[in-house]
Design a protein around this ligand. Structure first.
Ligand code: KIV
Ligand code: ZN
Length: 388
């Protein structure tokens, strides 16, 4: 089994989302939780972006016990210097620096040639090395970069001292096969690649961030950059809880992480509360409905044996239990189950009688809650007694 390092960027890429900005104390609270969760690297911020973010990186570097703390910079001396200074007191710091490599970035953003881009990349890595031994280089928009040129960039920055190579699919444009093939190509064509860690950093514009990250791992990446609840620029980043649980549950993937999965639900809730972005009910792993069953067929199956319809035990992510939700699509098994939870053991005949009344109510309401069911049981007490 190979370890895949989890690089959490909730406090940097995640925090860039409009409305998600955090104060230093909030960032520290989340960083402590991330440390307890077992992430390997916390990208704590972008120190040159504001004095507040600089201070957050300084303070997080002081409080975090196990994770490495990372600061982002562009491939610009002043940025790198700020990141270096913010990490001065860290036990184990990392500077994350880089610039665009795709034709589109070279032509319309950086306005430089490929050779000039490589020179800037080398200079940035060398300068970052004067502050921190651990320097991660990001080839922004690597997803849309020609593999041959990307390989030349990677070789140059490895020679300059980069310890980690981040190959971001910045615009979320790659298909899993394409993104995986990129890592394979780099593994096979870049001198010195075996001395560095390859990192996947995916955005979710096509909803493929998780698939792409797993594909990268299958092709040589040993670090995944991700965020809690998948928050991040535009459609978001790779969702931490999704990649972690995939690697934990799929035996066909011989990889592990150091994440304490039982803390996934609580960190998800903390991030929702602090950042104010709710996750949709059907969000994998941490959504409100991730372990809720509402159709009669599924409910009957889950009541008989949870694994009929669940691939993860909710306890594994720190959620309480599977939920049997009562709606007009529910069957008798669910009604009997929920009634029993309220202390009423229904006979078969009583259940048949109550089920008719239940459906009448359920057709009028979206969901039947405990209060509704209690009233229904109370109202039909005499009927249930007769049929007991
Ligand atoms: O998406 C991206 O390319 C980034 C880099 C700054 C690493 O977030
Ligand atoms: Zn990003």
């Amino acid at each position: 089994m190979d370890k895949v390092e989890i690089f959490d960027t909730t406090l940097r890429d995640g925090e860039q989302v409009p409305g998600c900005k955090l104060g230093t104390n909030q960032k520290i609270e989340i960083a402590k939780e991330l440390d307890l969760l077992g992430v390997d690297i916390i990208e704590a911020g972008f120190p040159i972006s504001s004095p507040g973010d600089f201070q957050s990186v300084v303070d997080i570097a002081k409080v975090v016990k196990n994770a490495r703390v990372c600061g982002l910079s562009r491939a610009v001396e002043k940025d790198i210097e700020y990141a270096g200074r913010a990490l001065e007191k860290s036990k184990r710091g990392r500077i994350h620096t880089g610039l665009g490599t795709s034709d589109i970035h070279l032509k319309y953003k950086l306005r430089c040639t490929q050779e000039q881009m490589i020179e800037r990349a080398i200079a940035a890595v060398k300068y970052a090395k004067s502050f921190q031994e651990d320097v991660e280089f990001y080839a922004e928009d690597a997803g849309r970069t020609d593999n041959e040129f990307l390989a030349r960039v990677c070789e140059a920055v490895i020679k300059a001292g980069a310890t980690v190579l981040n190959i971001p699919d910045t615009t979320g444009f790659c298909l899993p096969e394409e993104y995986g093939a990129k890592f394979k190509y780099l593994k096979e064509n870049v001198k010195g690649i075996h001395h560095v860690t390859l990192s996947a950093h995916c955005h979710n514009d096509f909803g493929l961030a998780t698939s792409n990250s797993i594909s990268a791992v299958q092709n040589g990446a040993r670090q995944i950059e991700c965020t809690v609840n998948g928050i991040g620029e535009r459609a978001g980043n790779t969702s931490l809880e999704e990649v972690v649980m995939i690697m934990k549950k799929k035996q066909s993937l011989p990889y592990y992480t150091d994440i304490v999965s039982e803390r996934l639900k609580s960190i998800s809730e903390i991030v929702i509360e602090q950042m104010g972005i709710v996750v949709q009910a059907n969000k994998a792993i941490v959504g409100a409905n991730a372990f809720a069953h509402s159709s009669g067929i599924h409910q009957d199956g889950v009541i008989k044996h949870r694994e009929n319809y669940e691939i993860i035990d909710p306890k594994e992510i720190g959620a309480e239990k599977s939920l049997i939700v009562l709606t007009a699509r529910s069957g008798r098994a669910a009604l009997a189950f929920r009634s029993k939870e309220l202390g009423v053991d229904l006979t078969k005949v009583a259940l048949d009688q109550l089920y008719v009344k239940f459906l009448e109510l359920a057709d009028k309401k979206k969901e039947i809650f405990d209060e509704d069911l209690s009233i229904l049981l109370e109202e039909n007490k005499s009927l249930l007694r007769q049929t007991a």
